[in-house]
Design a protein around this ligand. Structure first.
Ligand SMILES: Cc1cc2nc3c(=O)[nH]c(=O)nc-3n(C[C@H](O)[C@H](O)[C@H](O)COP(=O)(O)OP(=O)(O)OC[C@H]3O[C@@H](n4cnc5c(N)ncnc54)[C@H](O)[C@@H]3O)c2cc1C
Length: 331
């Protein structure tokens, strides 16, 4: 799609810095590539790095630190006897408890998510939990913490595979099919934006006049040793909250002129609790589409904030987005 649209792609390039004009406006980002370091200039910048790298390098206020959600190194196993495994995800928690009680295993967290894949015999496993020596979550913006997490993740993968093979019916001959190419980071830096989406707004199914789409996922808090959930009341509530455009906009007073920047995805403006919900793929798609559409509507001639919110919302609707008002479109 990007190639068809005429976009220039630049793979294997890591953003390492930002250049700002005297006015504070963001002029360029700096990338390290195989051909060396160079600058990329643009009218509008969209930071979808997950970690808010560009906004951070540009000096835009971000929130980070504190108790981050714990990361997970995902993996898949193959050659499972699906018939014998059955609905293993229902029995695995009790099998883990029994294995721990017998002193044979110590698991990094409760709340294992072990599910079959479309391709027979293949299951994915979301169970590792990566912490630093002091018990805090591995920090995806700390190079040393992240490197140690990759090593610890592999140790946990091998240990859990040993548990599956020895304790879970149907997994006796399972083998390690794939370890994710890198540790899955859930939370690092978050923008301090015009609106900060909170956990209460997620659970309370909040509405916003500048809605750009919806989030239908509850709070999913990966805390030390466990996963905690907080749901909107169902069926009493509609079960989703709207996402305001202001989540993507740096605060006027804090950005120091860098108002040609949007921040979308898991690093958008949310509290720790709010981010535990709206960090998942659905709302990240919503934010990315809105950010790209707003940048396109503004073009080179207008400031992002001069684009009427209703013009953005109309463009999103015309492209098939559902903004959370009226009846949802047919699938
Ligand atoms: C273990 C785990 C399991 C999950 N399971 C689910 C699930 O079942 N369902 C669900 O909906 N969500 C799930 N999520 C959440 C969801 O996958 C992510 O939060 C979401 O994909 C984040 O999207 P994003 O676009 O903000 O960031 P990402 O998808 O992480 O995209 C960021 C991109 O920016 C690139 N990048 C980062 N820094 C730089 C830089 N400095 N220079 C250049 N490029 C850079 C990265 O390489 C990456 O390609 C899970 C997350 C984890 C960690």
């Amino acid at each position: 799609m990007l190639v068809d649209a005429g976009a220039e792609l630049l793979f294997h390039a890591v953003v390492v810095g930002a250049v700002r004009a005297d006015s504070g406006r963001l002029e360029a980002l700096l990338v390290e590539t195989k051909s060396g370091r160079f600058a990329v200039r643009a009218t509008t910048f969209i930071d979808c790095s997950g970690d808010g790298d560009l906004a951070h390098f540009a000096g835009v206020p971000m929130q980070s630190g504190g108790s981050l959600l714990f990361p997970t190194l995902m993996f898949r196993v193959g050659h499972v006897d699906d018939a014998r495994a059955g609905e293993a995800w229902k029995t695995i928690p009790a099998l883990m408890d029994a294995a721990e009680a017998a002193g044979e295993f110590r698991f990094p967290r409760r709340g294992a998510i072990v599910r079959p894949q479309r391709h027979g015999g293949e299951w994915r496993v979301n169970v590792t939990q990566l912490k630093n020596d002091d018990g805090s979550a591995v920090d995806g913006t700390d190079a040393r913490s992240l490197s140690a997490g990759e090593v610890e993740g592999r140790r946990q993968v091998v240990d859990y595979l040993r548990f599956l093979r020895s304790r879970v019916p149907g997994f006796e001959n399972a083998y390690l099919l794939e370890i994710a190419p890198q540790v899955g980071i859930r939370e690092t830096r978050r923008l301090v934006g015009e609106h900060v989406l909170s956990g209460d707004e997620v659970v309370g199914c909040a509405s916003f006049a500048d809605s750009i789409g919806v989030n239908g996922w509850p709070l999913e808090l990966h805390v030390a040793g466990d996963v905690e959930w907080r749901w909107p009341p169902i069926p009493e509530s509609r079960g989703f909250n709207q996402l305001p455009l202001r989540m993507l906009l740096p605060r006027r007073e804090g950005a120091g002129g860098a108002l040609n920047l949007l921040v979308a995805g898991r690093c958008a403006s949310m509290t720790h609790d709010g981010q535990s919900a709206a960090r998942v793929t659905g709302p990240c798609f919503v934010m990315g589409q809105a950010a790209g559409t707003l940048a396109a509507l503004a073009g080179a001639a207008r400031a992002l904030r001069d684009v009427p919110v209703e013009a953005l919302r109309s463009a999103l609707r015309a492209d098939g987005a559902w903004l959370g008002d009226g009846a949802p479109p047919a699938p």
